[in-house]
Design a protein around this ligand. Structure first.
Ligand code: TA6
Length: 293
């Protein structure tokens, strides 16, 4: 197992690279603590990165796993879309190896810059663990202020897949979802196997506080990923929302040149169906565990 301290990635931005004895690896940019690569022990890249992504240290990286906090979307127009966590440079707290896994922890605390946008004291910790069989990502949010605050948080994971029109998403049947392509209409998921044949932007609302597993397969073919999503607030398991997104050509942003939309699907665990309230000194936590199949 080897894990190295900051090295230089695209755009000469600082990154930390984790290498596990199995050959599995991950690379996290300190900019936004954006994980941009997860290779399984066979050397196969499992995370999508747009060929048009800017690595200028200003614009959010397109692809990887951008971290969304303290808002999802732009309900408060004083803050940037999806908040400021993904466009701020984080600090590398630690890199540790063991037989089981290679782990990096990155941190971000409030600052004069964040107070100008959002007047709360917080500490974020992003924990990434690579093992021979999985990638585990955990975002921990601490309220360091004297009063409770309300926020949203999400792991915006871009999974690399062969072809979006063939992917099948299983595990969300029965959930209510907000269909953002249909003006935010609330619908009930009735399909065991959800296809993504066109622009899709849905917030599947968490119901039971249990961990929510999602299976990604290729129609008529192999399983791609088993994904476990969970949320906690003040050490109590909470229903975890899951966002499913693919823009197809029509909604592809400028840094996602067509036809690169074909090669990813976003499966995003979050607390975003509404804001969550975090009491002073308490923690909220999101975790996504990915098994490439
Ligand atoms: O997670 C889905 C979503 O909220 C979509 O509505 C779309 O905006 C996507 O995130 C990408 O957002 P971004 O700000 O990264 O372009």
């Amino acid at each position: 197992m080897t894990a190295s301290g900051p090295s230089k990635g695209k755009g000469d931005l600082d990154t930390v690279v984790l290498r596990h004895i199995s050959g599995a690896s991950a690379e996290i940019y300190l900019f936004g603590a954006t994980l941009c690569s997860y290779k399984t022990s066979d050397g196969k890249e499992r995370i999508f990165l747009s060929p048009g992504s800017a690595f200028d240290g200003q614009k959010a990286i397109r692809g990887g796993v951008p971290l969304v906090f303290p808002q999802f979307g732009r309900p408060d127009e004083r803050l940037p879309q999806h908040g400021f966590a993904r466009t701020t440079k984080w600090a590398l707290k630690s890199v540790e190896d063991s037989e089981e896994e290679s782990v990096a922890v990155l941190t971000l605390s409030d600052s004069t810059e964040t107070h100008e946008l959002w007047p709360h004291a917080f500490k974020l910790e992003f924990h990434v663990a690579v093992s021979s069989t999985s990638l585990t990502m955990r975002l921990r949010i601490q309220n360091c202020g004297a009063d409770a605050f309300k926020a949203q948080a999400l792991l915006h994971t871009y999974f690399h897949i062969p072809e979006i029109s063939d992917v099948v998403v299983r595990g969300l049947i029965g959930r209510t979802y907000i269909d953002k392509v249909a003006g935010g209409e609330r619908k009930k998921e009735t399909e065991v196997d959800i296809l993504v044949p066109s622009f899709t932007d849905r917030v599947y609302l968490g119901e039971a506080a249990s961990t929510k597993d999602v299976l990604l397969t290729q129609r008529g073919g192999s399983a791609l990923f088993a994904i476990s999503n969970s949320a906690q607030i003040a050490d109590e398991s909470k229903p975890c929302d899951v966002v499913v997104w693919n823009p197809y050509e029509g909604a592809s942003p400028g840094d996602l040149p067509v036809p690169s939309f074909k090669q990813f699907i976003c499966i995003e665990p979050g607390l975003v169906g509404s804001t969550f309230e975090l009491p002073t000194a308490q923690y909220a936590e999101l975790e996504q565990r990915i098994f490439a199949l």
